[in-house]
Write a protein that binds this ligand. Sequence first.
Ligand SMILES: *Cc1c(COP(=O)(O)O)cnc(C)c1O
Length: 230
Amino acid sequence: MSRPDESLARVRKRIAQACTAAGRASDAANLLAVSKGFGAEPVRALFAAGQSAFGESYVQEALAKQASLVDLPLHWHFIGPIQSNKTQDIALHFDWVHGVDRLKIAERLALARQAIGTPLNICVQVNISGESSKSGCPVAEAPGLCRAIAELGPHLRLRGLMAIPAPSAQLAEPRAPFRALRLLFESIRAQGIALDTISAGMSDDLESAIAEGSTLVRIGTAIFGNRIKT
Ligand SMILES: *Cc1c(COP(=O)(O)O)cnc(C)c1O
């Protein structure tokens, strides 16, 4: 297994090459390092190598890790499924939340975030065609949900859309779900709703996602190695 900072350099190179191949600026897609399943030490090593945005999927695991990294100025993104009884912890301990797929959850996050002076960045998770997980709001409902979240007040800041398409190997056209996500993003923006983020692409499909306009790729395995499945 190579060191996390070496894997990070390889992933950064893949991202820059994918951006260039798509005719985009080489820094057009940002990197979220998904540290779920790994401890604080590799996060510290990656921070030393210049990475400050980290993604977590499980609240308890994330809070424990954050507690041992409080000395570092890290940006934490919650990317897992959101249970309503966890919204307070999520609103207080993260900078971004990617899995918002219903208004009720956004309302609870907004309420809890009042305790903090800066808004919580929100991506609406969309169940784009071919998505393997059942979470995410239906495509047809995404514009309405975005509008409602944008109007929820100063404690939330709507940033964009997020999706988890089925693994590329299962798709005849690996880029199709990412293209559908971008078209949806553009159609919502055309309705006057401000969005600047497409959160899409993981270790196996970041090239397809970037080719279709992703601005934020969420990479775990390619940086940290294989997670031990529980
Ligand atoms: C685990 C996870 C990732 C990272 O996946 P890799 O295939 O390990 O890069 C990205 N996004 C979400 C929502 C995840 O749960």
